[in-house]
Design a protein around this ligand. Sequence first.
Ligand code: TRP
Length: 314
Amino acid sequence: MSDNTFAEDIHQGLSAPLKQISSKYFYDDIGSVIFQDIMKMPEYYPTACEFEILSLQGEKIIDKLSFAEPFNIVELGAGDGIKTRQLLKQLMEKGIDFSYVPVDISGKAIDELKTNMLSHLPSLKIKPLIGNYFSMIGELSSSSTPNLFLFLGGNIGNYEAEEVRALLTGFHRNMKAGDKLLTGFDLQKNPATIRLAYDDPQGITRDFNLNLLNRINRELGGNFNLNQFEFYSFYNPLNGEVRSYLVSLKAQRVSISQSGKSYQFSQNELIWTELSKKYTLKDIERTAVENGFEVMEHFLDCKHYFTDSLWIKP
Ligand code: TRP
């Protein structure tokens, strides 16, 4: 993606008083491969925890819905779908009548997901939708078929409080009464466990963050010297926030040839790259109620590191 949105976002982010690069730019081809490595690290627990929840508690989750069949399982931001597949597999084995509806703005991501899902679950009813979350939720809700919306993977943790509100009120406004929402939340836990997950000793997370600068060099003709930036990540157990940064190791000017712009960095100046917020069960319950939902049940992994939280729009 070397289009103008990327260039424009980078310009805005590097011109701001606290420089920042949006975390959505982590996932180019190289970044996606590094993220696969992150998910395989022993320190990075969220993927395995949610995999466990969906593999072992799928039936409990579906029983709790008490939906008439057929119903839809609608996934917002499906990714590779491996975790979701664990849930779908159990439903198919029980002969439950449902359709799987992955929603994404990228047609390419949807095509890959569809091929992959069908190779594992050939008789899955899959009805992908390409478009933005709110309008697709609205469209699905105009029919009487019950919907379970999935927003998995702790995605929500990457949003600031106001963005969380905007997202959940948008979901709520477009859902119909009785529809359910299952959201992944990473839970607060021993701070050392969280710190290691976001700053591993092997430096995979460091490479993941530095790839942002590499990507700017490759796609926009930037001249970032990667030896003159380092990765820094900080978990604050008082508010549950992991914030990740790149640090300029010296005063330097960086230019981007595609736009002809340049940016001054002072020594130790930060570029903020990501928020990953960790919740308590109380935080989750408050968030649900503030946005018009009722909590039905929290489904936790055995270590109580992560929850998929089931809400209803009353
Ligand atoms: N958004 C993911 C998360 O919060 C991705 C991620 C894992 C990440 N490790 C990271 C993002 C380190 C920035 C820095 O878990």
